[in-house]
Ligand binder design. Sequence first.
Ligand SMILES: [Zn+2]
Length: 311
Amino acid sequence: MATDDLITAITSLRTGRVGDHDRPHKPALLLAILGLAEQGRLLENRVSYGPELFALFRRYLLAVRTDSDTVNMLDPFWRLRTDGILEPVPRAGFEQAIAARSTPPSVTELREITEGSRLPDSLFQQMNDPIHRDRLRDAIVSRYFASHRSAIDQITQEERSIGECERQLEQTGDSTVADGAPEPVREQAFRRVVLRAYDYRCAACGLRVIVDDLALVEAAHLIPWAECRDDDPRNGIALCKNHHWAMDQYLIAPTPDAQPAWMVSRYLDDRIEGQREMLDLKGRSVLLPRESRFYPKRPALAWRRDRLLRH
Ligand SMILES: [Zn+2]
């Protein structure tokens, strides 16, 4: 599609209407996909239905929605195909099922039958070009959200800062840039990088539960930020709320080894009812990130071990 045709396509979406109100979901999802591109997370033409996209979608939608608009990304993700914008990519054997299907599948089914969705090539290319990206965003905002322009600009600007911080942390581990950023930006960047590195799984018990963009796990600092001001992802570890709390209380800690395992405080006692499960962690391997560049760094692990032994 030529540029003008693209602009026409994204400004004539079949949004659905309630009374005199156009549903904001499809354009909000497009803003979210532009946000992914801005963060450098749309390197191939495949849009995945996942927590990163959902987080952006939620931010934009909450800024523009009315009370009658639920926070539902599945519908627009599926229905943008009817606008020629987002075409599901079928897994082998599911081509017919997808072609015949008009109503959205469940999230589980979506993952089962598709390998994400695809943008028209020209739109994908323009989304990855900063000048075109701004034009596309401007066209969406002017057409659908003119009265919310400043709120949207603020989100876009903040997401841009978070994205820059994330890149810095991921590529260099240098947290001095993050250190100078406003607290919400710094915290979000660290959280996102650590959770992605661990694929949203607790490094202790393996729990991995994601609802939309809400994950059960949290990004914990090995050496607390207040002590070291270090947001290097290798000073981070993903833990469920229980294990995060336990580590913060020095009840559990990873050993400072190349293949760290969990050690458990002598304060815990299996004769006390309710403590056995946490004691069972002793000696179990830490569930490490897929990429070794995000493995926790030795001094941070040693710090944790020493504190546990001292308490
Ligand atoms: Zn856990």
